[in-house]
Write a protein that binds this ligand. Structure first.
Ligand code: 9WN
Length: 455
């Protein structure tokens, strides 16, 4: 049997030399971060399994080993709760509790989450992350349909993925408008975006002395969220845990409809439709749900004047007056009205998001009052968002823009040592290095068939 290692030395014959080096480098990161059942985002800063990371990782891993890519998603879904939620972290029981904070003894999923349906093991967190998983499952299937059918991969995953989406569209429709809400800034995956600042002011922070931040053992304080942010994250998670992680009984102090989160749900519904058809069943309910979600997203989150989608704060029922990269991600939705696509492209190329030197997209408005080129989601450019936007541009036939972003991505990923994120103007590496999704999505850009049909 071919080992993934062999693939390092079997480059595609037509690739230019620097791409071969990049491909080998990316593969090495993924092999180094593989634990035997899944991939850690980073050996140091994030030593467990993360939800949306695993989806992006599987999308890259499929080019190295389809079996590993399947396994990646299967291990994550082994942590799924009976109410359908897919937790944002599945903990590795072999690691000491102080390897990451908040640790399993903070979340206490098997005890505090029992009524909500947490499994007795593995231990997990109680919050979620963006639903990229059905898209990932579909792309992993497409990499080797025969192997996927032989192992019954999609047939096993489909009910779990459907339950996950049902959870989001029932228990998490907190605004009653037919979109999924996030209840913690870690849920949209863009933790300390300035888009959350106003909503977080309502949250009384847990004092810094009450917990120990393991992230500062590995990450630079100037790159990471502040202690004040952390105090608020801890308070929100504590409240959720104390309420048994039950969305029905709790008034969440943080409740927001996020454009990226909902756009990924649309794309994953379309992937579920493709999965249903592949399994010989009717995909129509998922296609219809995707169309409904798209309409609701435009009605509830589109800001025509700003030319991008904005998050909706459900406490004030208003759009958040900040421009975050999340507001551009709905470009991945195929059924977006043409004039919305046009406006989004203008915004992408305009003063708020155009970082000409790197061609990457900053996580927050370059001209915004809170812009910071180094601090986490408050300005730096991330590779998963660039991958999603280039995919969106391709979806709408905008090949030139997609190619420009792809080139920028590959140049900065290589130069930065597969950094977690980079300064959008200079490309200087920030955060952790050898970061798994940066490597995985590099592989995908290098190896995926550009004509691969969108689900
Ligand atoms: C909290 C793992 C995760 C990503 C998130 C990113 C960061 C965690 C942290 O790392 O969040 O979930 O400790 O900062 O913001 O998007 O999934 O890579």
């Amino acid at each position: 049997m071919t080992s993934p290692l062999d693939l390092l030395d079997r480059p595609a014959p037509t690739a230019p030399a620097d791409h071969l080096t990049l491909r080998r480098g990316a593969a090495r990161v993924l092999l180094g971060n593989w634990t035997g059942t899944s991939t850690v985002p980073s050996r140091t800063l994030y030593p467990h399994q993360w939800s949306w990371d695993s989806a992006f990782i599987a999308i890259g891993l499929r080019h190295l080993s389809v079996r590993r890519a399947q396994r990646e998603l299967e291990s994550l879904l082994a942590g799924q709760w009976a109410d359908g939620r897919v937790p944002h972290i599945v903990f590795n029981p072999a690691l000491p509790h102080d390897a990451y904070f908040p640790s399993p003894d903070f979340w206490q999923s098997s005890r505090a989450g029992r009524t909500a349906g947490a499994p007795p093991s593995p231990e997990t967190s109680g919050i979620v992350q963006p639903p990229v998983h059905a898209l990932a499952a579909w792309l992993v299937h497409r990499a080797d349909p025969a192997e996927s059918r032989r192992r019954g991969f999609l047939a096993r995953l489909r009910p779990r993925l459907a339950a996950w989406h049902d959870y989001l569209l029932t228990r998490r429709d907190l605004g009653g408008g037919g979109l999924a809400a996030v209840v913690h800034p870690w849920e949209p995956g863009m933790d300390n975006s300035p888009c959350w600042d106003r909503a977080l002011e309502r949250v009384e922070p847990t004092p810094p002395g009450a917990f120990r931040r393991a992230d500062l053992d590995h990450g630079h304080p100037a790159d990471r969220p502040t202690d004040l942010d952390y105090g608020r994250y801890v308070r929100l998670a504590t409240d959720y845990r104390e309420a048994g992680y039950d969305d029905r009984g709790l008034t969440h102090r943080f409740a927001v409809e996020d454009p990226c989160f909902n756009a990924l749900l649309v794309v994953s519904e379309l992937a579920l439709a493709a999965i249903a058809r592949e399994l010989g069943t009717n995909g129509e309910p998922h296609t219809a749900r995707a169309a409904r979600l798209t309409r609701r997203m435009v009605t509830r989150l589109w800001d025509e004047d700003a030319g991008l989608f904005r998050a909706r704060d459900l406490h004030t029922d208003t759009l958040v007056d900040e421009r975050g990269v999340s507001g551009l991600i709905p470009l991945v939705v195929p059924g977006l009205p043409t004039d919305v696509v046009r406006h989004l492209c203008t915004t992408l190329d305009g003063p708020h998001f155009d970082a000409p030197a790197t061609r990457l997209v900053p996580s927050y408005d370059l001209t915004g009052h809170a812009f910071d080129p180094t601090r986490y989601w408050r300005g730096p450019a991330w590779f998963n968002t660039a991958w999603l936007i280039q995919r969106g541009l391709r979806t709408h036939g905008l090949q030139e823009g997609a190619a420009r972003l792809r080139d920028g991505f590959l140049a900065e990923a290589g130069r930065s040592g597969f950094a977690e994120y980079v300064d959008p103007s200079t490309g200087a590496a920030r955060g952790t290095r050898q970061f798994s999704w940066t490597a995985a999505l590099t592989l995908d850009l290098l190896c995926a068939d550009p004509k691969e049909p969108m689900p």
